[in-house]
Design a binder for this molecule. Structure first.
Ligand code: FAD
Length: 445
């Protein structure tokens, strides 16, 4: 005999959303007012506000400040059920998705919003030496590596009177790499000041390596040039047109020379989540699913692909993998279902781009605004705009307040509040020899 829930389900379309990121959450919220039964499944129990991950990695914010349980965020959506599981396969013709624990789940509409992950361009062996920043776990791991580097140096000084060069190397000069470099500079020059007796954290080198002739590829030239200047003011060395050929435990090898490193971070490439390929439809070379004007893979009107896992072209080029675009796509998929229910024609998706911004340390930023006015901003004003927009975009009043006060504290006291190493002490690797000239870039012979 059918349960009441099953009876309801039999009458109402079942919408299955995979991913509780920006796209999946927005689709679920938008669907909450429609006569549909929604199931949102994510392999994590929380939504992560990725734009502020670098602040967890650099010890300004706690993981809890930028993550929220998905079921809490959607608790007011009575027709939305949240489950924690991992998608493993999809059969579009049978309208069934397969999960690690749940087994098969049937759907009438399917929304894939599983985001993206790092790409090491076929060199996955580099990952253990150069972790990327995508999840809370990545951020906590990078934080531990950064903080441990200072502890190792202090211990080496206590033991031998010298220490391996404190070089923080960031590979990739996109917004994440730029934000990481600026924030590490702040840690070295401000937050750590006075905390160590034997080493001087301010003498650490921060090296940003970019393979192209300029950083911040998607930004206009003038803002990219301004970002280089602002980074240099913070003591960051920007290596342009340097192609990384190998990543080792204590060095990054480039075609311009070997850069000794105590901590290496990867911010150079992204690829779509592997779930895109499960649909068995056409994908681009990064694994993003090619979608039409309605966000459907061709010939699949009941399947929507949204956010970073989608390849959608507007005005001849793919839309960027950014949070506002993912949110708008999620809303669009829900609106298409609403049109179907109302017997109306669906509308085409168009990304409303309001601009991009990236911070550089605690007082600087670049902003390429397209709304409310088209303008380029650099420096303190751009940074204030960045603060405001990020506070307003965070999910949950508690997190907004916590982040606001953490930033005020950090700004006024020049102190990072969350300098926790959550691993036990590890055996130190053999210290690198320090030349009498101090640490420097070794040129390949
Ligand atoms: C470090 C960093 C900084 C960024 N900074 C900015 C910024 O400043 N501004 C900006 O606009 N954008 C920024 N972005 C990009 C932005 O975060 C993404 O564009 C956005 O998160 C994409 O949303 P999404 O919903 O497509 O995917 P995500 O938000 O990544 O969500 C995908 C969800 O799918 C789940 N999932 C994945 N695979 C499976 C599976 N097989 N089964 C079940 N669940 C699965 C994941 O757990 C995750 O919750 C940044 C990204 C990163 C990594």
């Amino acid at each position: 005999m059918e349960t009441p829930a099953q009876k309801v389900t039999a009458k109402r379309p079942r919408v299955l959303i995979i991913g509780g990121g920006f796209a999946g959450l927005n689709a679920a919220k938008e669907l909450s007012s429609l006569p549909v039964d929604v199931t949102l499944i994510d392999r994590k129990n929380h939504h992560t506000f990725q734009p502020l991950l670098y602040q967890v990695a650099t010890a300004t914010l706690s993981p809890g400040n930028i993550a929220q349980p998905i079921r809490r965020i959607l608790s007011h959506c009575a027709n939305v059920k949240v489950l924690m599981d991992e998608l493993t396969a999809v059969d579009l013709s049978a309208k069934k998705a397969q999960f690690k624990n749940l087994g098969a789940v049937d759907f009438d509409y399917f929304i894939l919003a599983t985001g993206a992950r790092h790409s090491y361009f076929g060199n996955d062996q580099w990952e253990k030496f150069a972790p990327g920043l995508k999840t809370i776990e990545d951020a906590v791991e990078i934080r531990s590596r950064i903080l441990s580097a200072f502890e190792v140096a202090e211990t080496e000084m206590a033991k031998t009177g010298t220490h391996k060069p404190l070089n923080f190397v960031i590979i990739g000069g996109g917004p994440t790499g730029v934000e990481m470099a600026g924030a590490i500079s702040d840690i070295c020059r401000m937050s750590m000041r006075g905390d160590y007796r034997l080493i001087d954290p301010a003498k650490a080198r921060i090296i940003l390596i970019e393979g192209l002739p300029r950083i911040l590829g998607p930004y206009p030239e003038d803002l990219a040039a301004s970002a280089v200047l602002q980074l240099q003011e913070l003591g960051v060395e920007v290596m342009l047109s340097a192609r990384v050929t190998d990543v080792q435990s204590d060095a990054v090898v480039t075609d311009k020379g070997v850069v000794p490193a105590s901590v290496i971070m990867w911010a150079a490439g992204v690829q779509a989540s592997s779930a895109g390929k499960m649909l068995n439809v056409e994908c681009d070379r990064r694994g993003c699913v090619l979608v039409d004007d309605f966000l459907n893979p061709p010939g699949q009107p009941d399947v929507f692909v949204c956010g970073d896992v989608a390849h959608f072209e507007q005005d001849g080029k793919p839309v960027p993998g950014v949070a506002p675009c993912a949110m708008q796509m999620g809303e669009q998929a829900a609106r298409a279902i609403a049109c179907d229910l109302a017997g109306k024609a669906r509308t085409k998706f168009r990304y409303d781009d309001k601009g991009d911004m990236a911070t550089i340390g605690r007082r600087r930023a670049v902003a390429n605004l397209k709304w409310p006015v088209k303008t380029h901003m650099s420096g303190f004003l751009a940074w204030l705009s960045w603060l405001l927009i990020h506070i307003l975009s965070l999910i949950g009043l508690r997190n907004r307040l916590a982040v606001f006060f953490a930033w005020i504290w950090t700004y006024l006291r020049s102190e990072s509040g969350v300098r926790l190493i959550t691993d036990d002490v590890a055996e130190h690797p053999t210290p690198l020899a320090v030349t009498k000239d101090g640490p420097h870039l070794e040129t390949k012979v």
